[in-house]
Design a binder for this molecule. Structure first.
Ligand code: NAD
Ligand code: SER
Length: 319
């Protein structure tokens, strides 16, 4: 159950996950108790739903001032550079993904923030990790700067928990599919673009090859997983790096066929680019049995149910 006295800061609230997570948190904790923040302007979907502050997570002083001024007790840190954009500017991705996290963890320790949420990714896994049902603990040798930063971040979370008692929790999200806010430069973004293009042009050219299987999840499942993890009693949390969670796995060809059931005559072409190598390095499916055991994780959406819901909502948004 939500604790009424908690005051939450969401950093990166105008992004793909941030918008939906902020709205869900406002529902649980009350609009005034969830402060949205971002480097860019407030997302239109957040307008008039609660407080918004302009904030750069790299500016530790400014962040610290906001945490004190707003009496913040929980922080959700979503600001990051994702896998595809990260490969274009590895230095910047490393800097933001690491320093942003360290700034938040330091302030959480100093101000005795009750809980911190920070997402990791399936991008921690690399070509030497098992491809099918990739376990919670396994060989982890990421090849992207994004994956390296997420893996290092997981160990910083574990360190701050063990050494300073910071209650920081994390999930390794799969590729997230949503219709409310735009994706932010990931390798799995094709699975969102394909819906837009299907409705606009009834055809899509995928930047990943036909048979590239990847772990994916529909946003409602991802938001619910996040809230369930954050609401779980601390003694249930055995993983202080980051939890594997699983939703569904499919290839561009398979999602194309599923969309074709709704959009007659939908066609696909394939023109793999630099993102193919990133996708090839990741597992095809994820073993989430530890999350299921610890805090009862169970996905609701499969490919069929997600496709129907995505198309219905995208069509509604266009009316
Ligand atoms: P996004 O790019 O859509 O959103 C990130 C937000 O952070 C943006 O609104 C951006 O303006 C903001 N931001 C960037 N630099 C900032 C700074 N210096 N200070 C404050 N805000 C800043 O990303 P997303 O998809 O919402 O991802 C959120 C988190 O979830 C990231 O840590 C990402 O690695 C992780 N994740 C996402 C996915 C996915 O499929 N979307 C999958 C796995 C993990
Ligand atoms: N969806 C993300 C990406 O492709 C995975 O972390 O970067």
């Amino acid at each position: 159950m939500s604790q009424i006295k908690d005051k939450i800061l969401v950093i990166g609230a105008s992004g793909q996950i941030g918008v939906e997570l902020t709205l869900a948190l406002r529902k649980m904790y009350g609009n005034q108790n969830v402060v949205a923040s971002d480097l860019r302007e407030e997302n239109p979907l957040l307008k008039d739903t609660g407080p918004y502050v302009s904030l750069d997570v790299m500016n530790k002083e400014m962040l610290h001032v906001q945490v004190i001024r707003q009496n913040i007790t929980q922080i959700y840190l979503l600001a990051a550079i994702l896998s595809a954009t990260g490969e274009k500017n590895p230095g910047l991705a490393w800097h933001l993904n690491m320093q942003g996290l360290l700034n938040v963890l330091d302030i959480a320790r100093e101000e005795q923030i009750h809980k911190v949420y920070w997402p990791s990714s399936i991008a921690v896994f690399g070509p030497t990790s098992p491809k099918i049902n990739c376990p919670q603990q396994t060989i982890i040798e990421p090849i992207t700067v994004y994956g390296i930063s997420k893996y290092a971040g997981e160990f910083w979370c574990n360190y701050y928990h063990n050494r300073y008692g910071v209650d920081v929790r994390s999930i390794r999200y799969p590729g997230l599919i949503s219709y409310k806010s735009e994706p932010g430069g990931g390798t799995t973004d094709y699975a969102i673009e394909i819906f837009q293009e299907a409705l606009d042009h009834n055809t899509y050219t995928s930047f990943l090859s036909a048979e590239t299987y990847l772990p994916m999840m529909y946003m409602p499942d991802a938001i619910r997983a996040t809230l369930e993890l954050m609401e779980a009693p601390a003694e249930k949390i055995s993983i202080r790096t980051s939890y594997n969670i699983s939703g569904m796995s499919f290839s561009p060809e398979e999602i194309g066929k599923e969309i074709g059931k709704h959009q007659h005559g939908f066609t696909m072409q394939y023109a793999p680019d630099y993102r193919q190598a990133i996708a090839n390095s990741w597992p095809q499916s994820i073993d989430d049995s530890v999350a299921a055991r610890d805090w009862g994780w169970k996905p609701e959406y499969d490919l069929e149910k997600m496709t129907t819901d995505m198309l219905e909502n995208l069509k509604k948004n266009r009316q």
